[in-house]
Write a protein that binds this ligand. Structure first.
Ligand code: EPS
Length: 398
């Protein structure tokens, strides 16, 4: 069965639900690990008041018994504490109608305007509640399950922020990603370089004072990915295309590159492609060869090539501005300032944690396609026999 997830629930509704199908049986699932990732998503300098209200935890409501998955669909629920303040405004019961004003002064950059037209609504709250990046808590919960599965096979996912607004930290694509991630964990904006992190924090302060918001860029990576996930044979099976969809479906993500991406388009082939050298790594996941560089980001022809997989994504600034842009009131047709409500100044650090979830989930999906997904033990055997084959075929030359 393919691995997939579905989410439901509104930003200010009672809870966010995540249904994950296709999780193999026999996976030890630690609720604390899921909670830790949910907490990481809540952090970062520039987050708004909502993060003071919430302490996100995922309740395991199905598919896990005595700490282990059973092979049944997983059901996870993240309760919204803020629901207490929205019982009337977000009530499913008609008695709540009119208890809060309709949102009609639609924000440029948010789903408000196209969503109202598409669904024939007269209150953009019916759109924004679901378009809100709050939904990414559900994705992080699903991603934490995927990370637990990948962790069984020594595949580890991490991230770091490479830019916040105009503060861009130079970084080397051949750097040790794990140590970049480690440094990001303790940084205010998840930038591994302390000097850049401090400048980014100062920029967040200035933007807040101006009633403005900031976007940025971040890298997500996976170490230990075996050669051979994804396929060159079909459009929908290509791993790079799938990662593109996974990242671009995260709210506010406007760009994604596999490896050096756009920069590679401006260089000759001799400075882009990663030369193949004899001699694999100790864990033998790339078949007795190694690369001089990793500009491709670990994917060639839609297939993982055994190098670290890495993706850089671009997040636009949050569309809710405290000094609002011009808009039109959909109730009157008159020009107005766009609506404003509690929001973040910058959520790039949070987006990098959501990106980890996107990467982990897509990799876990591709991993299950290749190695089966009924139970962890069968997958382990399938992986071992595959690694024996590729390492036998391509003898390690030292
Ligand atoms: C978010 C929760 C939201 C915002 C933010 C992300 O909470 P509230 O709307 O109650 O303040 O902080 O949402 C947006 C930026 C957006 O555009 O919707 C979260 O949990 O990540």
């Amino acid at each position: 069965m393919p691995l997939r997830y579905r989410t439901a629930g509104e930003s200010h509704g009672p809870l966010l639900m995540t249904l994950v199908e296709g999780v193999p049986a026999g996976l030890e699932l630690d609720g604390e690990r899921i909670a830790a990732d949910l907490a990481r998503r809540q952090r970062g300098y520039g987050r708004g008041g909502r993060m003071q209200i919430e302490t996100d935890r995922a309740e395991l409501l199905g598919g896990v018994r005595w700490g282990r998955t059973t092979g049944a669909p997983l059901l996870l629920g993240v309760h919204n504490r803020d629901w207490e303040n929205w019982r009337q405004g977000m009530s499913p019961d008609p008695s709540g109608r009119g208890s809060i004003p309709a949102v009609t002064q639609v924000r440029p950059g948010h789903a408000d305007l196209p969503g109202v037209f598409k669904h024939d609504l007269d209150d953009a709250r019916d759109v924004l509640e679901r378009a809100s990046a709050r939904e990414t808590a559900s994705r992080v919960a699903a991603g934490a399950v995927a990370k637990a599965l990948l962790g069984e096979f020594e595949i580890h996912v991490g991230s770091f922020v490479t830019g916040v607004g105009e503060v861009v930290a130079p970084w080397d694509p051949d750097a040790d990603f794990a140590s970049m991630h480690q440094r990001a964990e303790g940084a205010r904006l998840r930038m591994p370089d302390p000097e850049a992190d401090a400048r980014a924090a100062a920029l967040v302060d200035t933007s807040r004072d101006r009633g403005d918001t900031l976007g940025g860029t971040f890298v997500c990576f996976a170490k230990g990915v075996p050669v051979g996930l994804g396929t060159h044979t079909t459009a929908e099976g290509r791993l790079d295309g799938r990662l593109g969809q996974a990242f671009l479906s995260i709210p506010a993500i406007k760009g994604v590159s596999l490896g050096i991406g756009f920069a590679g388009a401006r260089l000759p082939g001799s400075r882009v492609h990663d030369e193949i050298l004899p001699g694999g790594v100790a864990d033998g996941r790339r078949g007795g060869v190694k690369r001089a560089t990793n500009r491709a980001g670990g994917v060639e022809g839609g297939i993982s090539n055994g190098e670290d997989l890495w993706v850089e994504a671009a997040m636009k600034p949050i569309p809710t501005l405290m000094s609002p842009l011009r808009s039109v009131d959909l109730a009157t047709g008159k020009p107005v300032a766009a609506s404003k409500e509690r929001s973040d100044v910058c959520a790039v650090p949070a987006a990098s944690v959501v990106g980890e979830a996107a990467l982990a989930f897509e990799l876990a999906r591709a991993f299950i396609e290749k190695f089966g997904g009924d139970c962890v033990g069968d997958m382990r055997q399938a992986l071992e026999s595959y690694l024996d084959r590729i390492n036998g075929r391509w003898p390690t030359a030292g």
